[in-house]
Design a protein. Structure first.
Lengths: 462, 424
């Protein structure tokens, strides 16, 4: 808790130095004929002083906190009695966990022996020392840097430019963070996936026809060799996405056409937000709806006409996913239909075409690239959708074209492989990252194509 | 006009007219029915959830006569007293005819295991109760609750229902004495998760959602606005900013589960942030909502007319002053609207949180960003997996609460837009 004091110290002294800097600026301004003799406004001098005193201290604070647990742990481990200190790595980490638990006041797994108690004591005292020295370092740094900045204040100091440059750098860093996220995604998924492909050859994964990732603990158990052929998983994903598209594209497109070409103003202002509600409903709700209402309904309906329908049929999941995507398709198509210039409609109508003919022969062809782009985005949405399929589609990887059977998807497999206990050296866990890599790559390509198409299309009519 | 060729054409047109009008009508009906179909899906969704969910706001309680036996409370610590024993002995007094071991077990089954905690709370509030007999309403077991809500059919053979004939007789006796009634289910809103449906509540998940969104908001809003301001106002037009822009648009379309993989690999395995905590959940959702907020903020900045910027620059403001004093205040309502929508998105998100361990069964209500927690949508997911009939009801009720929160957030966004949007 002492460490949070140093954070508060940084904040308060930052505020204090703002006023000090401003006051100094006002003082020096007297020698050069008032505030207008200064290069910048007094508040800029204040801000500059604040930044000078707080930024380095904040940096130290963050680095210190990132490094502290590692340093302290290694110090404590070094001081452990030999019989504990020489334990193998995994047992040692258990011991370290115990020590940390004692330090934070939790109940430990085993009754702690005196050596561990002592180590915990040691850990606690080191933490204390670290926090105190951090406070000391931060304080001296604040005072030193703050005073330096305070000293340097003079009427010719370009405080505003410096402050603004710094703020601009912060803004730049924030926008570069988006790149960092992408790099993080790619690296995290890629590294684990590469480890997976070291065990299972890439071609086996991509073209194998059998998927059963359950690997056994002992080598002599039944089904001990997991099979990692992802084709059934891809096929299931494709089937569910296809069913979803068969539902979403006609309904979404027709609603968009009706809303933009036929509906009166009153109807539009009511119907459009209502449609958009569908987009705002969390996917877990759709999943529950699929599992609770749609899947039993389809099963019963199938039984009535003598079909055997799995209770986790691809049809139910696909249908509900389609409902979810309707507003997505309709709002994207609405945008592109709106972008078709009014003059083209007027031209067609003036030639005597009915509204239907205008839509069919003029507006749709004109808007087609945009619609295709929107549909591609919707496909990538359907492929990446998780909760509906986790709750309503099955786990068994059947390679089938029958939509009434249970199939599994990429996202379902990722979730089932990664929820629960994980060990990061089994191909079972790593397979999830390989699937994640493919999912990311595939949706990325779809998105890039779709965004490019939509953008090109917009430019065409602007 | 009278020339025969013209007449021929007009005839041909007229002949085709009725067919063309039919096609026109058909198309129009298709369009209208597409919208109606979509809206009927919406109605179906809501009605199927609301019709099961509203029942969970009520709960069956049974009144029992509890004798707070002084012999049980000899020790200092009240929590160590045998409260389940008190309930059992009071039931034995009320039903003296029940003697066999199996029957007694069936009898005790009617009362929820949570009743003993309730007694403890009652007693802690008023220790003077020791030695007296009180009538106390305690929650009934979930199967009893289901029976009184009409979800267990009395007419079915005994082996096919969760409540056997003996239990039905006892319950009928209790009902006749006015000892069974349905009351507002306040524990649903005040307690954490539980294995017993009648004790499970959403307070823990709601707090978890709150802390998670707090982290998300406090990171993604400043960063999103800063990034948008840079890209819109400061960035030079070059390859780098182009890449950043394409990148942000793509990030907004990356499947959410991939963010879960990122969180698992980077935050948990690399940085060692404890799993299942709102801290790591908030970080993952920050990554996810950041692109949404950036895109909305940029649109909002774009809508501020250039004349404002030129005027500010013209009277000698620096670029930073122009942005901070003039553009940003005008664009802020739009940015806030986008942020609220992004937050609503984050509130409903489930998939990435499954990856980072927020699916754990957590009974305690979290009290900070580093306590293990779960969030509302994940709670819904967990409950929907439970086989008990009573959990289905609770799942629907939790969905209703979640939808209510989402509705409020979206209403706030609409209000902000209506109230502060400036048409230039």
């Amino acid at each position: 808790m002492i460490s949070s004091y140093s954070f508060i110290i940084i904040l308060i002294s930052g505020l204090g130095f703002y006023f000090l800097g401003r006051a100094k600026a006002l003082t020096v301004s007297r020698s050069c004929g008032g505030v207008k003799g200064l290069h910048s406004l007094p508040c800029h001098y204040g801000m500059l002083t604040t930044l000078w005193c707080a930024l380095p201290a904040l940096l130290i604070f963050v680095v210190w906190h990132a490094a502290q647990p590692h340093v302290i742990t290694s110090l404590v481990v070094a001081d452990l009695p030999a019989e504990i200190g020489n334990l193998p790595q995994n047992e040692l980490s258990l011991v370290i966990n115990d020590i940390r638990n004692i330090v934070s006041g939790n109940i430990t797994t085993t009754s702690p022996n005196p050596a561990i108690q002592q180590a915990a004591q040691h850990y606690r005292s080191l933490e204390e020392i670290s926090a105190r020295s951090l406070t000391a370092v931060v304080l001296t740094l604040i005072l030193f840097a703050g005073m330096m900045a305070h000293q340097k204040i003079s009427p010719s100091l370009k405080a505003r430019n410096k402050v603004e440059k710094l703020v601009e750098i912060v803004l730049l860093l924030c926008s570069a963070f988006a790149i960092l996220i992408t790099i993080g995604i790619v690296l995290s998924v890629l590294f684990e996936a590469l480890r997976f492909f070291k065990v299972i050859p890439f071609t086996d994964f991509l073209f194998g026809l059998s998927w059963s990732p359950q690997t056994s603990i002992r080598a002599d158990q039944v089904g001990s060799s997991g099979a990692f052929g992802a084709v059934p998983v891809f096929a299931g994903t494709a089937m569910i996405a296809l069913i979803a598209m068969l539902v979403a594209v006609p309904i979404g497109l027709m609603s968009a056409i009706y809303l933009s070409e036929y509906a009166g103003n009153r109807f539009r202002t009511v119907a459009k937000p209502l449609l958009e509600i569908l987009a705002g409903i969390p996917t877990v709700v759709y999943g529950f709806f699929a599992a609770l209402t749609v899947a039993p309904f389809i099963r019963d309906a199938g039984e009535m006409i003598g079909l055997s329908v799995s209770s986790e049929s691809a049809l139910a999941a696909g249908l509900v996913m389609g409902i979810m995507i309707i507003p997505f398709v309709s709002s994207l198509s609405d945008d592109v239909i709106h972008a078709v210039p009014q003059s083209m409609r007027d031209g067609a109508l003036a030639l005597g075409a009915t509204k239907y003919e205008t839509v069919r022969h003029v507006i749709i062809p004109a808007a087609l690239p945009g619609i295709v782009g929107g549909v591609l985005l919707a496909v990538s949405r359907a492929i990446g959708e998780t909760m509906i399929v986790v709750m309503a589609a099955g786990l068994s990887a059947n390679l089938t074209a029958n939509p009434l059977k249970a199939v599994t998807t990429v996202t379902v497999q990722i979730v089932t492989l990664l929820v629960g206990d994980q060990e990061f050296d089994s191909p079972k866990t790593l397979a999830a990252f390989a699937l994640g890599l493919l999912l990311f790559a595939f949706t990325l390509v779809l998105n890039i194509i779709a965004l490019y198409v939509v953008r090109k299309y917009r430019e065409q009519y602007e | 006009m009278d020339n025969p060729a013209n007449k021929q054409t007009i005839d041909r047109v007229n002949k085709g007219l009725s067919r063309r009008y039919r096609a026109e009508r058909r198309f129009r009906i298709f369009g209208a029915s597409a919208i109606l179909l979509a809206l009927s899906f919406l109605v179906l969704l809501f009605s199927s959830i609301f019709s099961t969910g509203y029942k969970a706001f009520q709960q069956t309680f049974i009144q029992i006569d509890i004798f707070f036996d002084p012999a049980e409370f000899t020790r200092e610590n009240l929590s160590t007293a045998n409260f389940p024993g008190l309930i059992k002995s009071s039931l034995s007094v009320m039903f003296p005819e029940v003697t066999s071991r199996g029957d007694r077990k069936d009898l005790y089954y009617l009362i929820s295991p949570g009743a003993s905690f309730q007694l403890m709370d009652v007693l802690k509030e008023n220790t003077a109760l020791i030695g007296t007999t009180r009538k106390i309403w305690v929650p009934a077991n979930d199967d009893v609750d289901m029976l009184y809500k009409g979800n267990i059919d009395r007419t079915r053979p005994e082996s096919e229902r969760r409540i056997n004939d003996n239990q039905l007789t006892w319950l009928d006796k209790l009902s006749a004495e006015g000892r069974v009634k349905k009351r507002f289910n306040s524990s649903f809103f005040t307690s954490g998760d539980s294995r017993e449906p009648e004790l499970a509540g959403i307070w823990g998940a709601t707090r978890g959602s709150f802390y998670t969104l707090l982290i998300t908001l406090s990171l993604s809003f400043p960063m999103g606005v800063a990034a948008a301001v840079y890209l819109e106002e400061f960035a030079p037009k070059n390859r780098w900013t182009d890449i950043i822009e394409v990148n942000i648009n793509n990030l907004a379309a990356v499947p959410s589960i991939v963010y879960g993989l990122l969180g698992l690999a980077v935050f948990i395995n690399f940085f060692g942030i404890p799993r299942s905590t709102p801290l790591v959940g908030g970080l993952v959702l920050t990554m996810m909502t950041l692109p949404i907020i950036i895109i909305a903020s940029r649109a909002s900045l774009k809508s501020v007319p250039p004349s404002i910027r030129e005027a500010a620059l013209g009277i000698g403001a620096s670029k930073m002053q122009m942005v901070a004093h003039h553009v940003l205040p005008l664009a802020l309502p739009g940015m806030l609207t986008g942020t609220i929508i992004g937050m609503a998105h984050a509130l409903g998100e489930t998939a990435p949180l499954l990856m980072i361990g927020m699916v754990a069964f957590i009974v305690d209500v979290p009290h900070g960003i580093t306590d293990a927690a779960t969030v509302l949508p994940v709670q819904i997911f967990l409950w929907s997996d439970s086989p008990e009939r009573a959990f289905m009801e609770r799942t629907s009720a939790a969905i209703m609460v979640l939808l209510a929160f989402l509705f409020l957030m979206n209403a706030a966004a609409v209000f902000l837009r209506k109230r502060f949007e400036i048409k230039w």
